[in-house]
Design a protein around this ligand. Structure first.
Ligand SMILES: [Mn+2]
Length: 357
């Protein structure tokens, strides 16, 4: 029996009002979030990865028969008008809409594009919802942007949010209060993730979010994942043959280097662990964002599997922790690559949730 203490009324509402979509053994879904599309000018953060996103969609996910779910903050309305965005990225909108022929195309809204819900001349109007409830057998994966879990009014309500952005731009920065938003960010992100984690465990569902721009797979951040891999290898070391020992040793050095890099880059990645209790319940996934300096992270649901993937251009991509497939696959002769960072069976994910939550 599921307990219904209404600790997260806002998230409960999302679950109850979500657009239902049944997934089957042959379903393929690409989940992308936080594109922050602008007008193509200097302040447009999407511009840097626009060609990559276009190639991913057109040359990989469309022919591979994926459906598409965009999970919020697709447009950056804090800085740009919807007209200028639609004008600049016409071709990208055309591509989005083509995914319907593979099954479906839905877009949830985030705090930066929530206003579009009432916009008449918006091209994706017919596809815009607040949340999507994917059912997989008896199990549920709830797709929503994530800002709804914020206890801060200014994230939940776009009007307040815009006032804060203006405050940061015109008051806080000129006054030299530079760390206001970054210092705040890490704690805020953690609070949002934690709240969604609690809610998901209580409802025994998976939540798929964006918003924090921090990829999570089975509730784990990159730092957690690296720590786990290192622990596993240390355990395997004593029983290994001399040849295997050498390989394990090399691998540990690589992983430690990546872990150290996380701490040097600290601020951006967010060093908080995704571990909130002693046992990790794999109930929160985050697709990351499409405006990363080195590439784009995304989630793929492919039949009975879920994956976190990373797309990047040529040599820009760093070396990644990848369990199943450490070799990046080239996308034709585009110069772009896709690498699977993590992958699991949905059966495993939901078994853990049902046993441990
Ligand atoms: Mn957001």
């Amino acid at each position: 029996m599921r307990l219904h203490q209404k600790k997260h009324p806002n998230l409960e509402r999302l679950l109850n009002t979500a657009k239902p979509i049944a997934l089957g053994p042959g379903s393929k879904v690409l989940i992308l979030s936080d594109l922050h599309m602008g007008n193509g000018g200097r302040r447009d953060e999407f511009k840097r990865n626009a060609d990559l996103v276009r190639a991913m969609l057109k040359d990989y996910y469309l022919p591979e028969k994926y459906s598409l779910a965009l999970n919020g903050d697709v447009e950056e309305l804090f800085k740009f008008s919807v007209e200028s965005i639609q004008e600049q990225w016409k071709g990208i909108y055309d591509l989005f809409l083509r995914f319907e022929q593979n099954g479906f195309f839905w877009k949830t809204y985030g705090n930066h594009d929530a206003d579009l819900f009432e916009e008449r001349d918006y091209r994706l109007s017919g596809h815009l919802v607040e949340s999507v409830r994917f059912t997989w057998g008896d199990e549920v994966m709830l797709l929503f942007h994530g800002h709804q879990a914020s206890i801060l009014l200014w994230e939940t309500y776009p009007m307040v949010s815009r006032a804060v952005v203006l405050f940061l731009r015109y008051v806080a920065k000129p006054m030299g209060i530079r760390n206001f938003s970054t210092a705040y960010n890490s704690r805020r992100r953690f609070a949002i993730e934690k709240s969604i984690y609690d809610f998901s465990n209580q409802a025994k569902i998976v939540s798929i979010i964006g918003h924090t721009h921090r990829p999570l797979f089975e509730s784990l951040s990159k730092v957690d994942h690296l720590n786990y891999r290192i622990e596993e290898l240390c355990r395997a070391y004593p029983a290994a043959s001399p040849v295997e020992r050498l390989r394990i040793k090399e691998r540990i050095v690589e992983l430690k280097t990546m872990l150290d890099a996380c701490f040097t880059e600290g601020k951006k990645i967010g060093l908080r662990s995704g571990r909130y209790n002693n046992i990790v319940i794999p109930s929160v996934f985050n697709s990351g964002c499409a405006i990363g300096k080195r590439g784009v992270t995304a989630l793929e649901i492919d039949g009975d599997r879920i994956r976190l993937v990373y797309w990047f251009k040529g040599k820009q991509g760093r070396r990644f922790v990848s369990d199943r497939n450490s070799d990046p696959e080239p996308l034709g002769d585009t110069g772009y690559f896709r690498i699977v960072l993590n992958e699991d069976h949905l059966d495993y994910v939901f078994s853990r949730i049902n046993l441990l939550a």
